[in-house]
Design a binder for this molecule. Structure first.
Ligand SMILES: CCCCC[C@H]1O[C@@H](O)C[C@@H]1SC[C@H](NC(=O)CC[C@H](N)C(=O)O)C(=O)NCC(=O)O
Length: 221
């Protein structure tokens, strides 16, 4: 079967969680990087962006947009969802929480320097006071290796991505969360994830000023 093809900017943004899921599932994927406004306008003109937006993922003969819809499709397709509805809603809930945190970080890149620092500091504060305490308690309460059903799921992938992203902003962000530290080590050592964390993988670096300029230029905002 053809490899999934991802259409997005050459950076993390909203697409990074999709890259993480595919990589963790051991699925090879291709990427098309939008560098110019023309490329983006062509996608729109060709009617490939339902609401005029990216991420766009070509998979199984479909052209999918809307990040959450794509992630849900991939989680089910690669058996990274729950064994029943009750597990699945927990996985979705945990994943949505980490996506909120990740988006806070992603959008901060587009703010003026002063505001950007403030937004990133707020994201770290939210991680330490809102999100990480919840996940530490979940791991403590059920005493299992994974967040749901003692089986590796999409929620675990999202949480690891969030942990690593927050550690880039504050290396001591896990200092009060011993179980999350163990979780980080455990999940990072899953072979497909270990590979994705090696240099040269399709994992993208944190957004820099060039990336922000390119995205602003393409989206004209
Ligand atoms: C570090 C880069 C991430 C920040 C920038 C991204 O966050 C978004 O707010 C903008 C981009 S992503 C690009 C943006 N895509 C979305 O906002 C998608 C939102 C949708 N709900 C989804 O989850 O996929 C875009 O195509 N906009 C064109 C425009 O709406 O006309």
């Amino acid at each position: 079967a053809a490899k999934p093809k991802l259409w997005y900017f050459h950076g993390r943004g909203r697409m990074e969680s999709i890259r993480w899921l595919l990589a963790a599932a051991g699925v090879e994927f291709e990427e098309e990087f939008l560098e110019t406004r023309e490329q983006y306008e062509k996608l729109q003109k060709d009617g490939r962006l339902l609401f005029g937006q990216v991420p766009l993922v070509e998979i199984d003969g479909m052209e999918l947009t809307q990040t959450r819809a794509i992630l849900s499709y991939l989680a089910v397709k690669y058996n990274l969802h729950g064994k029943d509805m009750k597990e699945t809603v927990r996985i979705d809930t945990y994943a949505d929480g980490t996506l909120d945190l990740m988006l806070m970080v992603a959008l901060a890149a587009f703010k003026p320097p002063e505001e950007k620092e403030e937004s990133l500091a707020l994201a770290v504060k939210k991680a330490k006071t809102r999100y990480f305490p919840v996940f530490e308690k979940i791991l403590k309460d059920h005493g299992e290796d994974f967040l749901v059903g003692n089986k590796f799921s999409w929620a675990d992938i999202q949480l690891l991505e969030a942990i690593l992203t927050m550690e880039e902003l504050d290396a001591s962000v896990l200092s009060d969360f011993p179980l999350l530290k163990e979780f980080k080590t455990r999940i990072s050592n899953i072979p497909t994830i270990k590979k994705f964390l090696q240099p040269g993988s399709q994992r993208k670096p944190p957004p820099d000023s060039h990336y922000v300029e390119v995205v602003r230029n393409i989206l004209q905002f």
